[in-house]
Design a protein around this ligand. Structure first.
Ligand code: NAP
Length: 251
């Protein structure tokens, strides 16, 4: 296993071997507009979004490589509070190479982290806030306690977007008002379910990890009503036994 830079091949639409970062990025930038909501997940072959309660065990070096490159291509990384609580995000910071790439390509040096918590149930003293290179944003609801909201206002911009649950259109508008139009959502399933239900996503990047997980792990969507939302296959990458799929909204 080449942990430094795992080989990634393109299978479709334009087959190519051992893509460099420029080629990987070009594939993910194809067709993207100035305002864009991209969602990124990893799943087992049988559709589990977790292994032992977290996503980490499903991810390999190729998934991590693409995950890091996708963080370059956004103004804001959007994450649900459940994922923040479980995955231990800490102060989110892209590496120096990514920071240089972002500066050279018209992005702010570091993406902003926006956390969705309907209840504003986040610890203002956690590293997510205290170690953040850019003041984070908390997207919450009118139903959250005023006490929690004002505690979080000490360390983040707190924006109410919805009464009892997140209104994704209001959230995207609030982010756009701050110049944050390229949105990269890293989950989790509840948050993704809201975007799917409200049809406010543009793209899903899905890594299929070569494992049959079984068990009762969540799927990548949780809580959305049953609805078909057609997606178009835009790209297939492969690294060893792992597939990295890119789907965009069929419009
Ligand atoms: N496979 C992957 O790629 C991947 C990616 C991310 C996460 N995960 C896994 O997913 C699991 C967490 O799942 P999850 O569904 O709980 O994650 P989540 O969507 O990140 O978090 C759910 C929480 O986020 C807030 N939230 C999300 N959508 C909301 C909405 N529409 N309105 C108001 N609040 C909203 C709520 O926070 P409050 O409770 O604070 O109100 C809710 O309890 C973990 O096991 C994690 O490891 C997997």
């Amino acid at each position: 296993m080449r942990s430094e830079r795992p080989a990634i091949d393109a299978l479709w639409p334009s087959p190519a071997s051992d893509l460099d970062d420029v080629a990987v990025i070009a594939g993910y930038e194809d067709g993207v507009s100035d305002a864009w909501v991209r969602v990124n997940f990893v799943s087992s072959i049988d559709g589990s979004a977790t292994q032992a309660g977290r996503s980490g065990g499903l991810s390999d070096a190729a998934d991590k490589r693409v995950f890091a490159l996708l963080r370059r291509l956004c103004d804001v990384v959007l994450v649900g509070a459940g994922t923040i609580r479980v995955e231990g995000y800490g102060g989110m910071r892209v590496d120096p190479e990514s920071e240089a790439w972002r500066k050279a390509n018209g992005f702010a040096p570091q993406p902003t982290l926006a956390i969705v918590s309907g209840a504003a149930d986040l610890d203002p003293g956690s590293d997510v806030f205290t170690q953040a290179p850019v003041r984070p944003i908390v997207l919450t609801t009118a139903a959250a306690s005023e006490e929690r909201k004002s505690a979080l206002e000490q360390v983040a911009d707190v924006i109410v977007c919805g009464e009892a649950s997140l209104d994704t259109t209001a959230a995207l508008n609030a982010l756009a008002d701050r110049g944050l139009r390229r949105v990269h959502c890293e989950g989790g399933p509840h948050l993704f379910g809201t975007f799917v239900a409200e049809r406010t996503l543009d793209e899903l990047c899905l890594t299929v990890s070569p494992v049959l997980e079984g068990g009762l792990g969540k799927r990548i969507i949780d809580g959305a009503p049953q609805l078909p939302l057609d997606m178009r296959l835009a790209q297939v990458l492969r690294s060893d036994d792992t597939l990295l799929l890119r789907y965009v909204r069929e419009r």
